[in-house]
Design a protein around this ligand. Structure first.
Ligand code: 5GP
Ligand code: ZN
Length: 144
């Protein structure tokens, strides 16, 4: 896609520090290096976000991730964990609208990455939780 920075990286029009490539997927260092080895994994096909994936594209992208995750783990034995993050749409902090998955190696809880999961279980009754689950379940089935 024209004017997409990640398509330009795939096409070598913009340089990148490549860590993996095959016919479907490209992986390269995120320029910000939130932690050492911070990697982006992207499909070569331009899609904006997760809502545009079909099953085949999801298979193509997500089957490569464990392999790259293990490569990070063996490349950096001091790594103690890994966050896998995929932001979709601006409200969810997406800034580049070519879908990508962040692999963020974790070396310590004090490194420069954080994620806040607020706890809101007290805001919902059991009935409300069931209604929410049903609402989603119905859509998963009808989208199949
Ligand atoms: P998002 O906020 O959309 O989830 O993540 C986009 C990521 O792309 C950011 O972490 C940002 O550092 C990275 N990024 C943006 N432009 C470039 C670039 O030109 N090269 C590389 N390697 N990473 C980039
Ligand atoms: Zn693109």
């Amino acid at each position: 896609m024209e004017d997409c920075i990640f398509c330009k990286i795939i096409n070598q029009e913009i340089p990148s520090y490549k860590v993996y490539e095959d016919e479907k997927v490209y992986a390269f260092l995120d320029i910000t290096q939130v932690t050492k080895g911070h990697t982006l994994v992207i499909p070569k096909k331009h899609v904006s976000d997760i809502f545009e994936y079909d099953e085949q594209l999801a298979t193509d992208l997500f089957t490569r991730i464990p392999k790259i995750a293990r490569a990070l783990e063996t490349a950096f034995p001091e790594m103690e964990g890994l966050n896998i993050v995929n932001n979709n749409k601006e409200v969810a902090y997406q800034t580049v609208f070519h879908s990508h998955v962040h692999l963020i190696p974790r070396y310590s809880k004090k490194d420069d990455f954080s994620l806040h999961f607020g706890k809101h279980m007290e805001d919902y009754t059991q009935e409300q939780m069931q209604a929410i689950a049903n609402q989603i379940q119905k859509q998963v089935k009808s989208n199949e």
